[in-house]
Design a protein around this ligand. Structure first.
Ligand SMILES: [Zn+2]
Length: 139
């Protein structure tokens, strides 16, 4: 079985990003995540679906793989201004859904950096979700 895993000792940082497939926001969300984490496109896994992080009811297989393979930066994204994944939901409602999702994912994947990414008005805001008392695992 072949894989893209770096040789042991490389210790490069890895990440994972879950976002909405929306054409207005997917690229901006990726760029905002790369800027916030310093990761290159080939250094993180990506999972996209209409609605973004809040439509996934549970930990996904891709997220579990990324975490197991050492992802230290996990991004959870959604956007406002009309999302096909949540027809009719307002921006505050979508933000609330995202915040609720992140609270769950932080429990699912302890010890790593979590980022909240929300797009609206043509731009994406990134929030580093700091949690007191959570011990970070080493890279
Ligand atoms: Zn959307």
């Amino acid at each position: 079985m072949t894989s893209g895993i770096e040789p042991m000792g490389e210790r490069r940082q890895l990440g994972y990003l879950q976002l909405c497939a929306d054409r207005r926001f997917h690229r901006k969300t990726m760029e905002a995540f790369e800027q916030a984490t310093g990761l290159l496109p080939e250094e993180y896994w990506l999972e996209a679906r209409a609605g973004g992080a809040p439509v996934y009811a549970d930990r996904t297989r891709a997220a579990r793989i990324a975490y197991r393979e050492g992802a230290l930066h996990m991004g959870w994204a959604a956007h406002g201004d009309g999302c096909r994944g949540f027809h009719g939901a307002s921006n505050p409602e979508l933000r609330q859904k995202l915040a609720r999702t992140i609270r769950a994912r932080v429990q699912d994947f302890p010890g790593v950096h979590h980022y909240e990414l929300f797009g609206e008005g043509g731009r994406v805001t990134v929030t580093d979700v700091h949690l007191s008392g959570v011990k970070m695992r080493s890279p």
